[in-house]
Design a protein around this ligand. Structure first.
Ligand code: HEM
Length: 489
């Protein structure tokens, strides 16, 4: 048994690796902020390095060039996923896009995303569902400013609620966050939110089984058992929502909201193309994944963006000026206004550069041995791309730790997977399919908050004193919530 635990991967010509300890290898070097520890290690061992994490050989890319090799040049054989044991319970990984290996099922689901769910036309059609939620966010902040003048607001909490509702409306025409109106929100929706939180917590915990596959089945920490319980309840909840919608669709009085669920159900019913049937069959896990991936990433980006604006009052003033000039002081921002707002767009890019919500992307896996810059990436290795380190690299960026949206004005660098120095959504065949929806939500919510209110730090806190500590989990969040005082302009 001990031999199984300690046996090393045959040493192909692996990229440089820090010295390892017996059994755990380099696990102890990750710490609680692995993206930062890996960035430090890359400074010593280079932009392509290998680590032995328990039994798992892990390759880390930390430069635009090595990211391009992995995500573009060798994308075909480096695009499977390394899925944590907690995300494999009830075989859910066999049905959800982020976990599926590259194969016909994954390809079909991606085609459905690209051709039906996230098209410009579809997103234009359901933009009103999101607009209502943004107006709700503004109303909540306005009420806070009026009822508790001078009192600080928990910015992350407010944007979490709006992001979850904007996404759950786009997907299900349903609000899943409704804390202030508890009596109106259905018990099942509240339970759903708790279950999602608990499941995400389990998936985010360090699990011995992920580093020592030989003990994975024993589930020594009980993580898989608890995840399975939560997931079973979540799937039951979705089953109930989907059955209800099927009944609604049969009713003549039903008026479609053009949400994703209607689109998916219509595809399954009217079109017997195999890829559509596949999407219909996997609808519940599909919707769940969108909610999971979408809400936390969007919330964390918005909270960091507001943090940076509060630290950089000139930037905040410039953003306000642009919005006043282009949108007008008394009008509300619309998704279609965003292309006319280059400074707001630059602020979103700059936030994603410094604070990418998934700093190591989603782990990939090599399906064959691959050679990169004379080193071998062995078959089965887990692959991480440290986009957090790439975004802060001083050989690529001037003054990399400063928040300067101006760097993007007139620049061709985008976040769409073409610029390997800026990869918040990844690149290549596994690039985030929800990025166009995410970008719409980010610009709308941030722009509306900046346009609608004046913002100040509480208790005379100086901008330079603002805590910038990060917390690494499924997404990279602020360690401490951001509190700020809104005033109606
Ligand atoms: C700021 C917001 C977001 C960021 C930064 C983000 C980032 C990412 C990243 C880095 C990946 C992995 C890409 C790779 O492996 O190369 C990913 C995958 C994915 N994202 Fe997003 N995401 C965001 C919002 C969303 C939203 C709103 C949705 C859906 C509603 C979504 C759905 C997905 C899905 C389904 C995948 C898996 C794709 C696959 O494995 O083929 N994401 N995202």
């Amino acid at each position: 048994f001990l031999r199984l635990l300690t046996r090393n991967t045959p040493a192909a010509k692996l990229p440089p690796c820090p010295a390892r300890l017996p059994i755990i290898g380099n696990l102890h070097m990750l710490g609680d902020k692995p993206h930062q520890s890996l960035a430090q290690l890359a400074k010593i061992h280079g932009p392509l390095m290998s680590l032995q994490l328990g039994r798992v050989t892990t390759i880390v890319a930390s430069s635009p060039d090595t990211a391009r090799e992995i995500l573009q040049k060798h994308d075909k054989v480096l695009s499977d996923r390394h899925v944590p044991a907690a995300a494999q319970v009830l075989d859910i990984h066999k049905f959800t896009i982020p976990a599926l290996p590259v194969g016909s099922r994954w390809r079909n689901l991606r085609k459905v995303c690209n051709s039906y769910i996230f098209t410009t036309q579809r997103l234009d059609m359901n933009q009103d569902l999101r607009r209502v939620k943004v107006l709700g966010l503004l109303e909540g902040v306005r009420r806070h400013a009026a009822e508790r003048p001078g009192e600080a607001l928990d910015v992350g909490k407010a944007v979490f609620k709006a992001s979850l509702n904007a996404l759950s409306s786009t997907i299900l025409s349903m609000d899943l966050a409704d804390e202030e109106e508890e009596e109106k929100s259905s018990g099942t929706a509240r339970e759903f939110k708790e279950l999602v939180r608990e499941l995400l917590g389990e998936i985010g915990k360090p699990n011995l089984g992920d580093y020592f596959p030989v003990v994975a089945r024993l589930d020594l920490q009980g993580i898989q058992r608890r995840s399975e319980g939560h997931l079973r309840k979540i799937l039951n909840w979705f089953g109930w929502v989907i059955d209800q919608r099927r009944r609604d669709l049969k009713s003549e009085s039903y008026v479609s909201t053009n949400d994703m669920l209607d689109t998916l159900l219509a595809m399954g019913d009217t079109d017997h193309d195999s890829k559509h049937e596949e999407a219909a069959a996997t609808m519940d896990p599909l919707c769940i994944k969108y909610l999971f991936l979408g809400t936390d990433t969007t919330t964390s980006t918005l909270e960091w963006a507001m943090t940076e604006l509060l630290r950089n009052s000139n930037t905040l003033a410039k953003a306000k000026k642009e919005l006043d000039q282009i949108i007008g002081k008394d009008n509300h921002l619309k998704e279609s206004d965003v292309p006319r707002l280059p400074y707001l767009t630059a602020i979103v890019k700059e936030t994603l550069r410094l604070h990418p919500p998934t700093p190591l992307l989603l782990p990939r896996k090599a399906t064959t041995d691959v050679e990169i810059h004379g080193f071998t990436i062995p078959k089965g290795a887990r692959i991480l791309v440290n986009v957090w380190a790439i975004g802060r690299d001083s050989t690529t960026w001037d003054d990399p730790n400063s928040f300067m949206p101006e760097r993007f004005l007139g620049s061709k660098v985008d976040v769409k997977g073409n610029s390997f120095e800026l990869l918040p959504f990844g690149a290549g065949r596994r690039i985030c399919p929800g990025q166009s929806l995410a970008l719409r939500m980010l610009h709308m919510m941030l722009g509306s908050l900046v346009h609608g209110f004046d913002w100040e730090l509480p208790d005379g806190l100086k901008p330079e004193m603002l805590d910038m500590e990060e917390k690494f989990g499924l997404t990279l969040q602020r360690a401490k919530p951001l509190f700020a005082v809104p005033t109606v302009k």
